[in-house]
Design a protein around this ligand. Structure first.
Ligand SMILES: Nc1ncnc2c1ncn2[C@@H]1O[C@H](COP(=O)(O)OP(=O)(O)OP(=O)(O)O)[C@@H](O)[C@H]1O
Ligand SMILES: [Mg+2]
Length: 401
């Protein structure tokens, strides 16, 4: 069998390198293409030999494995790094993974462990690179950013269900970007376990195009893909506003609709998600603290010179007990609500806990109908989607296969 997985071994101890080479030698599908005794040599060899896998000791004289991993992420982005360490270096390992390593091995490891890890990391990389057939699109897609000045008002609930409703309505490709970089939970709402996240994508942003980007998406169904939030809050800082702008621009070339879920803050990354948007859906509820913050939020958006057309107010949990009068709130905010979702804890919370969007699990519930109405209003205003050919229930059933 011809060797298909090229491995570079980096360790300052010759005996360790020899040992690893021996373990790999029995397996014809894996080939050791080079060895390096320090990080600088590893970087030079990685650029020359283009290995699929770099096995790298975490502790080496000169540059350590963590610094080398983060340099290699830009110098040799096609190579996946597996860090090797001895017991008791947990904090180092965490840093190495954040720096871009794909997996780790604790010394001493068995031949089985080594081969299993190499094969798994290689398979994951192949999966990421797998070219998903994107339809050629004449026009760029529409970016809709769901934002609020308050946490917990229903941004994720609306982003997720709106995405599925728009996909069901238009049968076009829709992507949900989880830009709540610290505590994003879009994957949870869809019951997905992402292999890759926006943090991985940010580390591979150079020359990004639609085909490359496809490897970072997590598929929900035929029409809806998810770009997941980082798995850990500390990885949020790996994603800058500039990264998000680039990602959204490229997503426009591959998806008809891009729905961006956000964190409740005017951070650099959130501003990028707002700037890049064609439509900003500002989510409010009927309580005084939220209204006060939404008012401030709208003032800031005015000062950013966002057009009135770009911003749409959405009222969530409109029927909550003890809420304020809708008309008064609209007057106070000086604009009408473009969409209103009733409060329905039974349907909404049950759907989240099962990981099924409620527009799918309860398409006839009033809260689902309100999301379909919002989808219709936003898509119709956009004016580019094909006319609905059949009823919503039919298309939803088709969407579910
Ligand atoms: N219309 C609704 N009726 C009943 N419960 C709702 C409704 N909308 C949202 N919820 C519930 O409110 C909670 C918060 O919703 P969600 O996570 O969507 O808010 P968020 O704005 O994304 O929060 P965060 O700022 O933490 O990201 C969830 O438990 C959700 O199930
Ligand atoms: Mg949320």
């Amino acid at each position: 069998m011809a060797a298909s997985i090229k491995v570079l071994i980096t360790d300052d101890i010759q005996a360790t390198r020899d040992n690893i080479r021996k373990l790999i030698d029995f397996h014809p599908e894996i080939a050791v293409v080079g060895e390096a005794a320090d990080a600088a040599a590893a970087i030079a060899k990685a650029k020359e030999l283009h290995p699929d896998i770099i096995l790298m000791d975490i502790n080496m004289p000169g540059m350590d494995g963590i610094s080398a991993a983060s340099l290699l992420a830009t110098e040799a982005p096609q190579s996946s790094i597996i860090i090797m360490s001895v017991q008791g270096e947990k904090e180092y390992l965490r840093q190495a993974m954040t720096a871009g390593a794909k997996d780790y091995l604790t010394k001493p490891f068995s031949g089985d462990e080594l081969l299993k890890t190499i094969r798994q990391v290689y398979a994951n990389a192949q999966q990421r690179r797998k070219v998903v057939a994107f339809e050629a699109k004449a026009e760029p897609g529409t970016v809709m950013t769901v934002f609020s000045a308050k946490g917990g008002v229903g941004k994720t609930t609306i982003a997720v269900n709106l995405a599925v409703a728009i996909a069901a309505k238009t049968r076009q490709k829709v992507c949900v970007v989880d830009a709540d970089l610290q505590f994003g939970d879009v994957s949870l709402f869809f019951n997905l376990l992402p292999r890759t996240t926006v943090a991985d994508l940010a580390g591979d942003i150079e020359g990004l195009d639609a085909k490359h980007l496809a490897g970072y998406m997590t598929r929900y169904d035929d029409c809806v893909d998810v770009l997941a939030a980082p798995l850990r809050p500390e990885q949020a800082e790996l994603v800058t506003g500039a990264h998000l702008s680039t990602i959204l621009k490229v997503l426009r070339t591959a998806y008809r609709y891009i729905i961006v879920d956000t964190a409740p803050a005017f951070s650099e990354a959130m501003l990028a998600a707002l700037d890049e948007a064609d439509q900003v859906l500002v989510v409010s509820s009927l309580d005084l603290p939220t209204i006060k913050n939404i008012k401030l939020c709208l003032e800031i958006m005015d000062s950013l010179a966002y057009s009135g057309e770009k911003i749409k107010l959405v009222l969530n949990r409109a029927s909550s007990e003890g809420g304020m009068d809708v008309k008064e709130v609209e007057e106070s905010l000086r604009r009408p609500f473009a969409g209103t979702l009733p409060s329905d804890g039974k349907v909404v919370v049950a759907a989240v806990n099962r990981g099924i969007p409620f527009v799918v699990s309860h398409p006839d519930a009033p809260v689902s109908q309100s999301v379909f109405n919002l989808a219709r209003a936003l898509a119709v205003e956009d004016g580019r989607q094909p006319a609905e050919a059949r009823g919503m229930v039919f298309r939803l059933k088709r969407l579910l296969g």
